[in-house]
Design a protein around this ligand. Structure first.
Ligand code: AMP
Ligand code: MG
Length: 345
C-alpha cells in the first residue's frame, strides 16, 4: 500500500500553542501548551503572542521527536492563518514560512474553523461530503452546509456572543476558573436541570442563528441576586444553564437539518466537548435519522492535529500549497473557495 503523506500542523490563533504530526488518519504525535491568563482575567493578545513565540520552536521540535521524525520527513505543513488574534497568528505563520522554506516543504494556510469542522473526517473516514457542521467554540457559533473542502454555505451564526463565550463569562461571574465550559459541566453534576427558570435563547425564532448574550445577562443577574444561595444551588444553576443552552442548540440544529435535508452532521469546537450537549444533540440527530460525528473531547478544543489534518484534506483535494499569504484575523468561512484558493494571498 502507498505510504500516506505526513503533515505537520501548527496552531497559534488564540491561547493554545499546539503542534501535531498526522499521517493519513493517524495522529503520530501532538502537543498542546495551554496558556494561563488568569492573572489578567482573560487573554491579552500581546501576552498570548509572546508566549507563542517563546514556546513554538521548542514545542515543534519535541513533537517531531515524539513522532521520531525530522523536518525532512514531512510531506507538508499546515498553519492557522485565521481567524484569530493577529499577533499570535503572525507568530505561527512566520515560523511556518521559515520552516517550510528551510526544509523545502509545501505550506498550506489553514482556516481555523474549517479545521475544526474537518477533523471529524479523521475520526470517521466514512464521513463523506456533504454534511451539516455545528461549530461551537469560544469565539464562534455557526451552522454550515459543508459541500466539500473549501466550500461552505453558512446557514446561520450568532447575533452576539458565542456559546463558549457565554459559558466563560457566566463561570467568571460565579467565581469559577477559565475556561468556564468545563467548570460549568463539572458543577452541573447532580443538579436539577429544570430547577431554575432561565430564558431559552431565540425560542420563537425559526432560523439557524444563535444568540447567547441575553442568556448570559439573565445568568449574571440571577447570580447577583442569589449570591448567598449560590453555594447550595450551584449544581442546579449549572445544570439549568446547560439545559436551556442545549434546548436552543437542539432547536437550531433541527432547523438546519430540516432546511438542508442533510443526513450527516459534525459537531465541533470546544463546547462540543461537553457530555450533556453531546447527548442532547445526539438525540436531535437520531430523531432526524441523521448520523452524528463528534471528535473525542480533547480534539474538540484547539489542537494541532486538526490543522495538520486540514492540510492533508487540502492536499488530497488537489488544492495547491502557497507560501505567499498573509494572516487573516477576520476570515468568514464562506470566503473560502477554490477560486480564491485560500482567500488570503
Ligand atoms: P475553542 O475556542 O474551540 O478552543 O473552545 C474553547 C471554548 O470551549 C471555551 O469557551 C470553553 O469554555 C469551551 N469548552 C471547553 N470544554 C468544554 C466543556 N466540557 N463544556 C462546555 N464548554 C467547553
Ligand atoms: Mg477554536
Amino acid at each position: 500500500m502507498r505510504k500516506q503523506p505526513i503533515f505537520l500542523g501548527l496552531e497559534t490563533s488564540c491561547d493554545e500553542t499546539a503542534v501535531a504530526v498526522v499521517q493519513g488518519t493517524e495522529i503520530l504525535a501532538h502537543r498542546i501548551y495551554s496558556q494561563d491568563h488568569r492573572q489578567t482575567g482573560g487573554v491579552v493578545p500581546q501576552n498570548a503572542a509572546r508566549q507563542h513565540l517563546e514556546i513554538l520552536a521548542q514545542l515543534t521540535q519535541s513533537t517531531l521527536q515524539d513522532a521520531r521524525l525530522a523536518p525532512s520527513d514531512l510531506d507538508g505543513i499546515g498553519v492557522t492563518a485565521g481567524p484569530g488574534l493577529v499577533a499570535g497568528l503572525m507568530v505561527g505563520v512566520l515560523f511556518a514560512k521559515g520552516l517550510s522554506h528551510g526544509a523545502c516543504k509545501p505550506l498550506w494556510a489553514i482556516h481555523h474553523l474549517e479545521a475544526h469542522g474537518l477533523i471529524g473526517r479523521l475520526y470517521d473516514p466514512g464521513l463523506c461530503f456533504p454534511f451539516l457542521l455545528l461549530l461551537m467554540s469560544g469565539g464562534h457559533c455557526l451552522l454550515a452546509h459543508v459541500h466539500k473542502v473549501g466550500h461552505y454555505t453558512v446557514l446561520g451564526q450568532t447575533y452576539d456572543d458565542a456559546a463558549g463565550e457565554c459559558l466563560d463569562k457566566v463561570a467568571r461571574a460565579m467565581g469559577g476558573e477559565y475556561p468556564g465550559g468545563p467548570y460549568i459541566q463539572r458543577h452541573s453534576q447532580g443538579g436539577d436541570p429544570r430547577s431554575i427558570d432561565l430564558p431559552v435563547p431565540l425560542q420563537r425564532e425559526k432560523s439557524c442563528n444563535f444568540s447567547f448574550s441575553g442568556l448570559k445577562t439573565a445568568c449574571v443577574q440571577w447570580i447577583d441576586s442569589h449570591r448567598d444561595q449560590l453555594p447550595a444551588r450551584r449544581a442546579d444553576f449549572c445544570a439549568s444553564l446547560q439545559r436551556v443552552m442545549a434546548d436552543s442548540l437542539c432547536a437550531r440544529l433541527a432547523h438546519g437539518l430540516a432546511q438542508t435535508g442533510l443526513k450527516r452532521c459534525v459537531m465541533a469546537g470546544g463546547v462540543a466537548a461537553n457530555t450533556y450537549f453531546r447527548a442532547r444533540l445526539g438525540q436531535t440527530c437520531e430523531q432526524a435519522e441523521c448520523t452524528m460525528t463528534i471528535p473525542p473531547p480533547a480534539m474538540c478544543t484547539d489542537n494541532g492535529a486538526m490543522i495538520a489534518w486540514a492540510a492533508h484534506e487540502r492536499w488530497a483535494a488537489g488544492i495547491a500549497p502557497n507560501s505567499f499569504f498573509d494572516v487573516r484575523p477576520s476570515w468568514p468561512l464562506q470566503d473560502l473557495s477554490s477560486a480564491g484558493v485560500f482567500g488570503c494571498d
